[in-house]
Design a protein around this ligand. Structure first.
Ligand SMILES: Nc1nc2c(c(=O)[nH]1)N[C@H]1C(S)=C(S)[C@@H](COP(=O)(O)O)O[C@H]1N2
Ligand SMILES: [Mo]
Length: 886
């Protein structure tokens, strides 16, 4: 009888694995496996012959320009990062084992580059709560440990997510039903490795960290130590896939492979194995691969760090799932007269998790009233027949001792065409040996993971033929009954796949109107190349791109509320992300007027994948802010200055680096939504002194959710951000600059003034404060300032101490008046809102004659306040050119 790998007796490796006289790891692979394959009759399948691929043209401009790929793969997240699945029929047609060519790929970022001659020297560690921490190379792993080879199906937790996205948008991209693949993996039992390191008492988890550095750190996650040590679980540290060294997309040179669990735990490009008492605290462990409760909306999830961190919502074992592969989507089957007894073989795949096994697969043709058992085949079982000493790719295959199942299975059922013709649809469901059965209805959740309702294929009868319609097509590909039903205004989640419920009256169906603002000019047909676009990357006739459309920003230069700088900063560039996150529906509705053409497809691909900034921004540069690209600064402290306001301090690249923000201008701050990775961008004016170096301080009022209103996405995400995390900045932007001694620049035009009236409310003080401080800091500046600051209660007044000090120290030049709408009795200052009476009294009418134009009113506050101030000042005779809104 064979025995499991020697997990608990680490010092006696079973078969001294490969007698390694390592010349080249790659030569080894060939010389070892090929002759054997010819000689031995193996009772189990071997992988199909892989193709020889090239680096694809679309990858050349990306950091993955060293990775050879198969062009059949469908890209799910644009060109980069590489997230792909094969066309479902192609995947099925390869059979039980998938080649590297069609194996799905899930890369959170660029693929680490490892040359062939570096592979054997690849170092990794086993550290943390172990008695013997180890640092070893792949060479050591090959030489000192027993090698194993067995098939494992990897499945991304997002498999079939497109269906969830159709029902209701989730925070994940749209996988079809081909987000899974099976390979023969060769490597070492993780249990063997850990046993040699001797985990200490109290150790409960094993964390894995990859070499891919991502926006929120290295990719890492964890599983339970007991699983890692259990031979039945089969967790492997793998260095070969289908007999070849790992393909770069699949972890070259070393990865974890965890059978029965979601792919997300199988860390690629493995650098560290860390034994810990707690689960991983890595960002990707917390904010990815979770099924949050179904009522948590995408918006709410952004501000629920405790919910994300709740281990009960982390996914480990896969759930039960299945899909139809044939008939394929849009397949047609001719119905020949008199041949109604003809059969069609319906077929597909099934899988489940945790080493369990699919025990039945059932087909219904009447929407679940009756079911029929399909035939199941389990090719994985053929490997259980391998001879005791069978070596494949240098690894022992023998798994006769193991009971668990690690792979997908196949099902098929012959159905008379006549029956298919009579049916509306065909559905499949799987049940595993724990009797976990796929549900009829989807469990929708924020990340759209583990989607596994009955897989439904609609049957259409057209011109003497049957046409089959799958639920969706991957990525943004059109097609599928879900899109069709949705387009008819019906609700996919009504329990009847969006069809009319029995007894339902057509009238009662509420249509969801689909409303989107068009940003393209109807008559615009011009096709624009990247070269033409790039010719307009300056201040003269700036062109920019949103959603692949080209806009001419020239006419915006003067009137743009964000100032000319934000247009010229976008010139020649793809501004989609910034534009869409900053602008209102109204702004979007104005866009057709400025639309001049469409970027051709190649140009767009180049533009959107070109790194938008130097890959290593020069950290020694004297000025932090860059107008054309985002630069990160570390959040190093948060200081509460009022019940809902904090000062966030960011550390710049070095102690003498200046911020680079002219007085009166703003910067853009970009955060990633913790859940989706979606960008959130807002403009802020820092509270830092422009002369400060090495740090940037931003005062932010946090708009918390209340029972009746949704708070601010940006401010809550910033508040939730842990310390020592990077935040991106870009700038400056803004139409107003204070040049000193009464000189201002408005939209680039200079103007001299004698007096500022500064009207603000709440955190609107920040841009005002910036200008006020600059005026007063210069003893020779004769400009006078009147600050009118409106708030609800005294503790809402921000920077009050600083403002009071400024007023006391500059009696002739600075007056600060606070007014409170809900003051306590003890309040001695002004009372009431900044209404007409107040403004008439404190600001008055503009001077006429000689003094005209000597005064500028700066206004900053909530939208409602700015609107009413604008109206009142207009009535008092102030011209538009004299009142500036931040
Ligand atoms: N280092 C690293 N490991 C990783 C990932 C990653 O982005 N970086 N993606 C994970 C996810 S979500 C999945 S589904 C699998 C996909 O493995 P594959 O690309 O080899 O199919 O890798 C996992 N391991
Ligand atoms: Mo995944």
């Amino acid at each position: 009888m064979a025995s499991p790998p020697s997990t608990r007796s680490p010092n006696v490796p079973k078969s001294p694995p490969l007698d390694f006289d390592i010349q080249s790891y790659h030569d080894k692979v060939e010389s070892e496996s090929e002759p054997l394959e010819e000689v031995i009759e193996r009772p189990y399948p071997l992988p199909p012959k892989p193709r020889v691929n090239k680096v694809l043209p679309e990858d050349l401009k990306t950091p993955d320009n060293h990775v050879e790929r198969d062009p059949r793969l469908i890209r799910l997240t644009g060109i980069h990062p590489f997230n792909v699945e094969a066309p479902l029929s192609d995947l099925y047609d390869e059979g039980f084992l998938t080649t590297k060519d069609l194996h799905y790929v899930r890369n959170h970022g660029p693929v680490p580059r490892v040359e062939d001659d570096e592979v054997l020297d690849w170092e990794f560690t086993v550290e943390g709560m172990v008695q013997k921490p180890m640092k070893l190379t792949l060479r050591d792993l090959l030489r000192d440990y027993e090698q194993l080879t067995y098939p494992v199906t990897l499945v991304c937790a997002g498999n079939r997510r497109k269906e969830q996205n159709m029902a209701r948008k989730t925070k994940g991209f749209s996988w079809g039903a081909a987000g899974l693949s099976t390979s023969l993996w060769t490597g070492v039992s993780l249990g063997d490795l850990l046993a040699r390191a001797c985990p200490k008492r109290g150790a409960k988890y094993v964390c894995f960290e990859g070499a891919d550095k991502l926006p929120n750190g290295y990719y890492a996650t964890s599983i339970k130590l007991s699983w890692a040590m259990d031979p039945e679980r089969g967790v492997m540290v793998a260095h070969k896939m289908n007999g070849e060294a790992l393909h770069p997309d699949h972890g070259k040179p070393l990865r974890i492979v965890i059978p029965g669990q979601i792919g997300g735990r199988s860390v690629k490009w493995l650098k560290r194995i860390i034994v810990t008492p707690e689960p991983s605290d890595n960002w990707y462990h917390i904010y990815d691969n979770r099924v949050l409760p179904t009522m948590v909306t995408p918006e709410a999830s952004a501000n629920l760090p405790e919910v994300w961190k709740d281990e009960r919502y982390a996914i480990y074992d896969l759930n039960t799932n299945s899909a139809v592969c044939y008939p394929a989507h849009d397949e047609r089957v001719q119905l020949a007269e008199g041949h109604s007894d003809k059969m069609y073989k319906v077929k597909g795949y099934g899988y489940t998790g945790g080493g369990r096994r699919v025990g039945r697969l059932e087909v219904t043709l009447d929407q679940g009233k009756t079911w029929e058992l399909a035939k199941i085949t389990y090719p994985e079982d053929e490997y259980r027949l391998a001879a005791e000493n069978d070596l494949l790719y240098g690894g022992r295959v023998d798994i006769s001792w193991r009971d668990s199942s690690f792979c997908w299975c196949f099902w098929d059922l012959d159905i008379p065409l006549a029956r298919l013709q009579d049916a509306k649809d065909l559905m499949i469901r799987a049940m595993d040996d724990s009797m976990n059965v796929q549900p009829r209805d989807m469990y929708w959740s924020v990340m759209g993971m583990m989607n596994n309702p009955w897989y439904r294929v609609v049957i259409h009868k057209e011109d003497g033929a049957l046409r089959f319609e799958h639920p969706t097509q991957p990525a943004n590909m059109p097609g599928g009954w879900m899109a069709r039903v949705k387009g008819e205004g019906r609700n996919i989640l009504n329990g009847f796949w969006g069809e009319k419920a029995p007894g339902e009256d057509e009238e009662t169906v509420e249509k969801e109107p689909v409303k989107e603002i068009s940003m393209v000019g109807e008559k615009v047909t011009r096709v624009i190349s990247l070269d033409e676009l790039r010719a307009h990357d300056g201040e003269d006739q700036p062109w920019f791109v949103v959603n692949g459309q080209v806009y001419d920003g020239t006419k915006f230069l003067e009137g743009h509320p964000g100032g000319a700088a934000s247009i010229t900063a976008a010139a020649g560039q793809d501004a989609t992300e910034e534009f869409l996150t900053i602008h209102s529906e109204n702004a979007k509705a104005m866009m057709p007027d400025y639309h001049i053409g469409t970027l051709d497809a190649d140009s767009l691909a180049q533009l959107t994948t070109a790194p938008d900034q130097p890959s290593t921004p020069d950290k020694s540069r004297p000025v932090f802010l860059q107008p054309k690209y985002w630069c990160p600064a570390m959040l190093t402290s948060k200081e509460k200055v009022s019940p809902d306001t904090k000062i966030f301090t960011f550390t710049l690249d070095h102690a003498t680096q200046s911020i680079g923000l002219p007085v009166g201008q703003h910067l853009l701050m970009r955060l990633r939504d913790p859940a989706s990775g979606e960008a959130i961008i807002r403009a802020y004016t820092p509270i830092s002194d422009p002369a400060d170096k090495g740090v940037l301080r931003v005062l932010v009022k946090i708009y918390y959710d209340t029972p009746s209103t949704c708070g601010g996405r940006m401010t809550q995400a910033l508040d939730a951000l842990p310390l020592d995390q990077p935040v991106d900045f870009k700038g400056p932007v803004g139409k107003f600059t204070y040049l000193g001694k009464g000189r201002c620049a408005i939209n680039g035009r200079e103007r001299r003034i004698r007096r500022f009236v500064m009207i603000c409310a709440g955190s609107g003080i920040t841009p005002i404060f910036q200008v006020l401080r600059a005026v007063l800091a210069d003893r020779e500046d004769p400009t006078t300032c009147l600050v009118l600051d409106g708030n609800r209660v005294e503790e809402d007044i921000l920077c009050k101490e600083e403002l009071d000090t400024m007023a006391v120290e500059n009696p002739g030049r600075c007056t600060v008046l606070y007014t409170l709408s809900r003051p306590l009795e003890a309040w001695e200052g002004l009372r009431g809102r900044m209404d007409r009476g107040f403004l008439e009294r404190e600001v008055g009418r503009p001077e006429v004659g000689e003094g005209r134009g000597d005064v500028i009113v700066l206004v900053c506050g909530p939208e409602g306040m700015e609107g009413s101030v604008k109206g009142i000042l207009g009535e008092l005779g102030w011209g538009e050119e004299d009142v500036l809104f931040f």
